[in-house]
Design a protein around this ligand. Structure first.
Ligand code: FE2
Ligand code: FE2
Length: 150
């Protein structure tokens, strides 16, 4: 599995969130490298660190969205919960001694990229526009809804 290259495509334009996303990508790449080199203990530690950080990142984002009055806050929170539940299930299996990193890597790569480029980019569009002109921009909302109903 190839590492994730951080590109402008992954930047959503909100500095604090981009920094956290970069850290998630960095942890993912370190996990991927540890797995490739057969460093089982390090890989297990990095998986736990990545999941822990992802949980705190989602809480930070939800707080930001709630405070900003993002209309699709509950939908975004639900998307986080689905992702976190899958992560926690993997974590539990890892805690009981199973090596799940080989399964976690493709799942995390797909899920993280899809979420950052999808739902996260959508709320950023909405928030940037509403900060800029005090008006609500429907594009981020429409994109989110399209994703649910497609
Ligand atoms: Fe995010
Ligand atoms: Fe998110």
């Amino acid at each position: 599995m190839q590492n994730i290259n951080w590109t402008d495509e992954l930047s959503i334009g909100i500095e604090s969130i981009d920094l956290q996303h970069r850290h998630i990508v960095d942890l993912f790449n370190r996990l991927n490298e540890a797995h490739k080199h057969g460093h089982v203990t390090v890989a297990n530690e990095l998986l736990a660190e990545l999941i822990g950080y992802k949980v705190s990142h989602c809480a930070y984002e939800e707080d930001l969205l709630k405070k900003s009055g993002f209309p699709l806050y509950k939908m975004h929170k639900l998307s986080h919960e689905l992702l976190i539940n899958k992560c926690l299930a993997l974590h539990q299996r890892a805690e009981s001694g199973e090596y799940v990193v080989n399964e976690a890597i493709p799942f995390l790569k797909t899920a993280l990229l899809r979420h950052i480029k999808g739902e996260d980019a959508d709320y950023a569009t909405y928030m940037r526009q509403s900060q800029r002109n005090g008006q609500k921009d429907g594009r981020g909302l429409l994109n989110s809804l399209r994703r649910v109903f497609k």
